[in-house]
Design a protein around this ligand. Structure first.
Ligand code: AMP
Ligand code: MN
Ligand code: MN
Length: 324
């Protein structure tokens, strides 16, 4: 099955599994963790022996949401199915040692990125869904399992973060309808917001204090721009994941159509692109450079020197903005 399946069929296939290992993307955000951990709990409730594969620790701000989820960094056995969520392509699957398991019974690819090429065996790609966690909600409803508060908070966190607290263009009726179902069934918006937004470590506040003054405008003021170097992280005593959400400070700048945040990693630069207008499709820009994502939020990792990275991004954006 290469083209996209539907939630009912996928739920049926999942319910027939004996063993499953759930995966998400590298540098996981709330949707990656929320949909993967929610799926793991849902599969367990459906009687499937399920574990969540995470090669690294759960990001700090999400730790309080991941309750009672069996975690592993071991690779699955050959009788195990892989259930991958929120992951646009195979290269982005977070796997210990970068060893994508070969001998597995089946690979499910459940995602909402429009750039997803349906790379699994069983693909459920809903590009009009605001978060992967909304697709997982639908699958768990089809499975008929009882949704616990833990599961619902995980799914709600994914939806909340991917829609920028219901502020982005993906805050569609599907987003609000899914939120209403999650909250109606027992998700706690207050608890989730307290954990993921009102829980900022001091080092992150420091990092923001160092980074925000560095925000500039490029391309005749149309694009907000920020480069976060390892030196800035060091100054603040911050770690890699602490830049999460900073790109939204750049997008918030008045007058810009979109924003770019480039952050240093070991031997590469992670570029985050955001758009706040209809005629700037950042997924196009990202895809042309080997990345991907959504129309309003996309990313790429580039291994060139910073000047080359900046030049590539600026050229791509200029082309997209001027249509040449
Ligand atoms: P980020 O800027 O990392 O928050 O990513 C924005 C969106 O683009 C998210 O939905 C990511 O999953 C997606 N994305 C980021 N980097 C890549 C990549 N290299 N390839 C495909 N999708 C990506
Ligand atoms: Mn994600
Ligand atoms: Mn997502």
């Amino acid at each position: 099955m290469s083209s996209s399946s539907d939630s009912k069929t996928v739920a049926k296939e999942l319910s027939q599994l004996k063993k499953a290992m759930v995966f998400c993307h590298v540098f996981p955000d709330a949707d990656a963790i929320g949909s993967a951990a929610g799926m793991t709990l849902g599969l367990l409730a459906a009687g499937v022996e399920a574990e969540l594969h995470l090669p690294e620790a759960v990001p700090e701000r999400l730790k309080g949401l991941v309750i009672g989820v069996p975690l592993t960094d071991q690779l699955p056995s050959s009788d195990c199915a892989l259930v991958v969520v929120d992951t646009a392509n195979r290269a982005r699957v977070a796997v210990k040692g970068d060893l994508f398991p070969k001998e597995v019974s089946k690979v499910f690819n459940i995602d909402h990125h429009i750039s997803n090429p349906a790379w699994g065996e069983i693909n459920l790609i809903k590009g009009d869904y605001p978060s992967a966690s909304c697709i997982v909600l639908e699958i768990l409803e089809e499975l008929g399992v009882t949704l616990s508060e833990e599961m619902l908070n995980l799914l709600y966190a994914g939806l909340l973060e991917d829609t920028g607290s219901f502020r982005f263009s993906n805050a569609t009726p599907i987003a609000f309808e899914s939120a209403a179902r999650m909250v109606g069934l027992g998700a706690s918006p207050e608890k989730v917001a307290n954990l993921i937004y009102f829980n900022i470590p001091e080092r992150v506040v420091k990092l923001r204090g160092i980074a925000i003054p560095q925000i500039s405008k490029k391309i005749e003021g149309q694009i907000g721009w920020l480069v976060v170097t390892n030196k800035m992280l060091e100054q603040a005593g911050a770690v890699g994941g602490d830049t999460e959400g900073l790109v939204d400070e750049v997008r918030a700048l008045s007058g810009v159509k979109g924003s770019v945040m480039i952050r240093e990693r070991e031997g590469s630069w992670k570029v985050s692109l955001r758009s706040k207008v209809d005629n700037l499709d950042v997924n196009k820009v990202a895809q042309a450079l080997g990345g991907g994502g959504h129309k309003a939020a996309a990313g790429i990792t580039l291994e060139d020197e910073l000047e080359v990275v900046e030049k590539k991004i600026l050229e791509g954006l200029r082309k997209e903005l001027t249509g040449v």
